[in-house]
Design a protein around this ligand. Structure first.
Ligand code: 5RP
Length: 235
């Protein structure tokens, strides 16, 4: 089975987490695109979606799904998104598609993050995939120097502007043995909007009941009590 087929499988598998008539958070990327296609073709009708990128918004709207502003929804039950890498503790690198900041915001507003990633994304230690860092343009060189100081080799994603009007540094060769502490360190640098590590907040995971050798669907409980303001449990 090739990777496109795996992505289609995980995209379809995520449908089981979607409640009819709910408002869901939707991530960005080719795996999420498979989920959106599966959702549109399914019989499940949702009330609306909160989108993590302009690209996802276009796709949702083209499929007749209303996109609403997070400021008007309050907390969400689920956020569905892919990942560039995940480790055994379900810590993630995201942002290959450049949407990391909005992804982190919508994820933080959701009680459960349903991460859909095919098995090829699993690594022992995060970091083979260069870590995306969204920076305020003025701070690009400053942040790049700080990242070199942290042991990384930042590369400017030249010509790419995020949906928020900022720039991306892709950082190679960072030591991510302790991704929780690195996420905090990078996010604390002046000029950084956020980095693509999703490591700090993952307290609970449960793998997909389906064939894990083919793909992963895991539920990541973001905060005790729920980032969106409700209970939450494992699944
Ligand atoms: C976009 C992301 C994506 O979830 C990540 O890049 C995975 O993408 P794909 O499903 O295309 O492999 O974080 O910012």
């Amino acid at each position: 089975m090739n990777q496109d087929e795996l992505k289609r499988m995980v995209g379809e598998a995520a449908l089981e987490y979607v409640q009819p008539d709910s408002i869901i958070g939707v991530g960005t990327g080719s795996t999420v695109n498979c989920f959106i296609e599966a959702l549109i073709s399914s019989r499940i009708r949702i009330e609306a979606a909160v989108s993590s990128s302009e690209a996802t918004t276009r796709l949702l709207q083209a499929g007749g799904i209303e996109v609403v502003d997070l400021n008007h929804t309050g907390g969400l039950d689920i956020y569905i998104d892919g990942a560039d890498e995940f480790d055994a503790h379900r810590r993630l690198i995201k942002g290959g598609g450049g949407a990391l900041t909005r992804e982190k915001i919508v994820a933080a507003a959701s009680r459960t993050f349903v991460c859909i990633a095919d098995a090829s994304k699993q690594v022992d230690v995060l970091g083979a995939f260069p870590l995306p860092v969204e920076v305020i343009p003025l701070a690009r060189s400053l942040v790049a120097r700080k990242l070199v100081g942290l042991g990384g080799q930042p590369e400017w994603r030249e010509g790419y502007v995020t949906d928020n009007g900022n720039w991306i540094l892709d950082v190679h060769n960072l030591d991510l043995v302790d991704p929780v502490s690195m996420e905090k360190t990078i996010n604390d640098l002046a000029g950084v909007v956020t980095c693509g590590l999703f490591a700090i907040c993952l307290l609970y995971t449960s793998p997909s009941p389906r064939d894990q050798s083919l793909y992963l669907v895991c539920r990541l409980l973001l905060e005790k009590g729920g980032g969106g303001g409700g209970g939450g449990g494992g699944g």
